[in-house]
Design a protein around this ligand. Structure first.
Ligand code: SF4
Ligand code: SF4
Length: 68
């Protein structure tokens, strides 16, 4: 599990569609909120872009991503 890879949400770009929260099955986001709140960074899978790929607002970057 990843201590050096997890999503960072740009709250100004986010339109709170909930896609990222819905997508992730690793407990990274608080499932009780449509607005993405990262609660468990250790659950994130190293190198995964699953939530970011779904984001319509390009509001997700990853801590640890060398391409940003
Ligand atoms: S990158 Fe993958 S594991 Fe990490 S929060 Fe997004 S969907 Fe979940
Ligand atoms: S998918 Fe993008 S726009 Fe939708 S809630 Fe997540 S960060 Fe916000």
């Amino acid at each position: 599990m990843a201590k050096n890879w997890y999503p960072m949400i740009n709250e100004e770009s986010c339109v709170e569609c909930g896609s990222c929260v819905e997508k992730c099955t690793h407990g990274v986001y608080d499932k009780s909120s449509q607005k993405p709140i990262v609660i468990y960074t250790d659950g994130c899978v190293d190198g995964c872009h699953g939530c970011g790929n779904l984001c319509p607002a390009d509001a997700i970057q990853y801590y640890g991503d060398t391409n940003i």
